[in-house]
Design a protein around this ligand. Structure first.
Ligand code: HEM
Ligand code: HEM
Length: 133
């Protein structure tokens, strides 16, 4: 979620500075966008790795403990979160390859991730309760 917030912040300023030039000389504006895009891409890759890591921990841990999956709504919610994140990363690659339509896909996926991630957190937190004393 921390990675998501940093991505939302850096993405917001990339969005604004690409469309509506800030009060900066042109070369500084380009430099600022390039820096933001690097930070954005770095945290984007980090978020994808973290989400896949959480998926692996969830599946391996649950299989190890119960021998099967699907104990709560946390499973479908988790899978949707992973799918949206991978779609977002895929659309990011399309943006980098110069396909403008992918920007809209990227934003729609990211709105979905916000909801899915929150639901994964809430459902995960409620599942955690049965392991607490
Ligand atoms: C899944 C990981 C992510 C990756 C790999 C990624 C990567 C990228 C890339 C490569 C760009 C294009 C930057 C450029 O034009 O130079 C971009 C744009 C953007 N990203 Fe992400 N991003 C990710 C997640 C997110 C998230 C979670 C958000 C928001 C919550 C977000 C918001 C934005 C915004 C607002 C833009 C600007 C789009 C535009 O100019 O129309 N990104 N992203
Ligand atoms: C995007 C983030 C996450 C993903 C993709 C994910 C994925 C998964 C998956 C696929 C399972 C197996 C569920 C089953 O078969 O019923 C699982 C189990 C579990 N997850 Fe997550 N998870 C995420 C976040 C969280 C968070 C934030 C928490 C805690 C606050 C959490 C706590 C748990 C617990 C306690 C289990 C064991 C399930 C059980 O005992 O029924 N998860 N997770």
């Amino acid at each position: 979620m921390v990675a998501y917030v940093i991505l939302a912040g850096s993405g917001f300023f990339i969005f604004r500075w690409i469309r509506q030039p800030a009060n900066l000389p042109e070369n500084q504006r380009r430099g600022a966008i390039a820096t933001l895009a690097t930070v954005h891409l770095g945290f984007g890759i980090l978020m994808v790795l973290l989400i896949l890591f959480l998926l692996a921990i969830g599946i391996v841990g649950t299989l190890g403990h119960f021998g099967n999956l699907g104990h709560s709504v946390h499973l479908p919610v988790g899978i949707v979160t992973v799918q949206l994140t991978l779609m977002s990363a895929w659309s990011a690659i399309q943006i980098l390859q110069g396909k403008p339509w992918a920007r809209q896909v990227h934003l729609i996926c990211n709105g979905g991730i916000a909801i899915a991630l929150l639901l994964a957190l809430i459902s995960g937190w409620s599942v955690v309760q049965k392991y607490l004393p």
